[in-house]
Design a protein around this ligand. Structure first.
Ligand SMILES: Cc1cc2nc3c(=O)[nH]c(=O)nc-3n(C[C@H](O)[C@H](O)[C@H](O)COP(=O)(O)O)c2cc1C
Length: 205
């Protein structure tokens, strides 16, 4: 698939067909993740690929299963109807979009600095770098005909995943990634289209 086609086709997929992904394909997708730019040259990220359903359930044991559209009403930061609609689609699927995926991929980054209390912007470079790898992974998955979603771990979700998979304390999870073949009727949320006429600036703002 052409690069721009993959970029334009990428969207969050939260409904999956029951279909496994060949290991070779997952490896190719993760190789693409390792091609991302990196702040310190190491690319010392790890990726845990969980396909075993009972292990997946353990990994995801901290993820809330009972969220509904009503929970979206409590989200006071929502300021746009398209944004609200997308949360109404996404919020109730936070668990199902992961447990029904062919695999949950857990990226791991080394906690070299306290990213929750950065002294300056450069302290967030390691976090920014792992996110570059996540976008590469997502685009590669799209190019392979698969779809992804992601969830930021809250509360004890990271600890539950650590317990289930045994990754060391020095690593943290930037997000969970659900990956699989999109279901035929997979709901894609509307994407707000930026106004390039207003947001793209040449020479001066
Ligand atoms: C940093 C970041 C955090 C996100 N967190 C979540 C999340 O916790 N749960 C979820 O369902 N989607 C999450 N998403 C996906 C967004 O909801 C999604 O990208 C957005 O609604 C635009 O839709 P699209 O991906 O289909 O273009 C996140 C995306 C990013 C970049």
């Amino acid at each position: 698939m052409d690069f721009y086609e993959a970029v334009n086709k990428r969207s969050s997929i939260r409904d999956f067909a029951e279909e496994a992904i060949p290991e070779e394909t997952i490896k190719r997708i993760i190789e693409a993740a390792y091609k991302a730019p990196t702040n310190d040259h190491f690319r010392d990220w790890h990726f845990i690929v969980v396909t075993d359903k009972s292990l997946m359930a353990e990994v995801l044991s901290g993820v809330p299963k009972d969220l509904t559209v009503k929970d979206v009403d409590k989200m006071t930061f929502i300021s746009d109807p398209v944004q609200k609609e997308s949360y109404q689609v996404a919020v109730p699927k936070q668990y199902s979009m992961l447990i029904n995926a062919a695999a949950v991929i857990i990226p791991l980054m080394k906690k070299k600095v306290d990213i929750l209390h950065p002294a300056d912007l450069s302290h967030l470079n390691c976090f920014a770098s792992v996110w570059c790898s996540i976008e590469n992974l997502w685009l590669a998955a799209t190019a392979e005909g698969y779809g992804c979603n992601l969830r930021i771990p809250w509360g004890n979700e990271e600890e539950a995943a650590r317990k289930a998979t045994g990754f060391p304390e020095e690593y943290m999870i930037p997000c969970f990634i659900g990956i699989g073949r999109p279901a035929e009727n997979a709901k894609r949320t509307k994407q707000l289209v930026p106004d390039m006429g207003k947001q793209l600036h040449w020479q001066k703002f």
